[in-house]
Design a protein around this ligand. Structure first.
Ligand code: IPD
Ligand code: CA
Ligand code: CA
Length: 267
């Protein structure tokens, strides 16, 4: 099993590197950009990166299934399924803000066993195999030991429909902002999670994320010694659209903030 997973990981890393090179070459060039929703963009590079990644994996592993952001692939009920965000941080990429990533995870029999988050602009490759720890460019990484929440640096994001839908993360943002050292909204959830894994951030929460945003990153965090749950502390699945990831030490404090039902007007 391990030799086989290492083979899957090597292929995923090679393809992530190729997609990253492609993205670096295309950043700051004129791009075809379309709207998927009022605020949700897709660029030609999201699509070409997905072709590169899914095409490469399909050729190498024709028996595997795929779930990726930009296309629908047949669900053939296979034991192995890749979950891929070809370009996490599309709004950043479309605006020339150089903060985006390639995110790839492999689920076997329903369990995420492998994750890759590649940050092309920083030449950083975060990887994890379930049960074997998390790695950044060949070296083991671990979450921070920082506490309490008051001394912690957090990250979050906002859903694309935040102007029209009530679940918009605004009240939670205000509550955390007054109870921690600072919050970053850098615009790529996969990198937020990779940064929690590397101890550069102490915690992350977000709602309405999709499996491809989090599948690789949540494995990085748990393999780096951190904790990932839903907002009520329940065990996390990549299909749960609310995620809390932390160094473990501040996790209960984060859950307490998320359980606070005070409306934003009363803060
Ligand atoms: C988005 C980013 C962002 C998060 C959004 C995601 P995309 O993914 O991860 O940080 O706040 O909710 O949808 O659209 O850039 O792949
Ligand atoms: Ca994404
Ligand atoms: Ca994306």
């Amino acid at each position: 099993m391990t030799a086989e997973i290492n083979r899957f990981l090597a292929k995923a890393q090679q393809l992530a590197e190729e997609a990253g090179q492609h993205q670096r070459a295309k950043l700051w060039t004129p791009l075809n950009i379309e709207h998927k929703g009022a605020m949700d963009l897709v660029t030609e590079v999201d699509r070409s990166s997905e072709e590169l990644l899914v095409g490469g994996l399909q050729r190498a592993f024709p028996e595997h299934d795929f779930l990726a952001e930009e296309n629908l692939y047949p669900d053939r009920g296979k034991s192995h399924k890749w979950i891929i965000d070809p370009l996490d941080g599309t709004t950043n990429f479309a605006h020339g803000f150089p903060w985006f990533a390639v995110s790839m995870a492999l689920k076997i029999e329903g369990v995420v066993v492998l994750g890759v988050v590649h940050h092309p602009m920083m030449a950083e490759m975060f990887t994890a195999i379930k049960g074997e720890g998390a790695i950044l460019n060949g070296s083991r990484i671990s979450v921070s030991s920082r506490s309490p929440l008051r001394s912690s640096l957090l990250a979050t994001g906002f859903p694309y429909d935040n102007a029209t839908e009530p679940e918009n993360n605004f009240a939670q943002f205000v509550k955390f902002q007054t109870r921690c050292r600072g919050i970053r909204r850098a615009g790529a959830a996969a990198l937020d999670l990779a940064y929690v894994a590397a101890g550069r951030l102490d915690g992350f929460w977000e709602c309405k994320l999709k499996p491809w945003d989090v599948a690789a990153g949540q494995l990085l965090v748990t393999e780096a010694g951190g904790k990932v749950t839903g907002y009520s502390g329940e065990p996390y699945s990549v299909y749960n659209h609310r995620i809390v990831a932390s160094n473990g030490v501040i996790h209960n404090e984060m859950l307490a903030v998320l359980a606070d039902r005070t409306p934003i007007e009363a803060l």
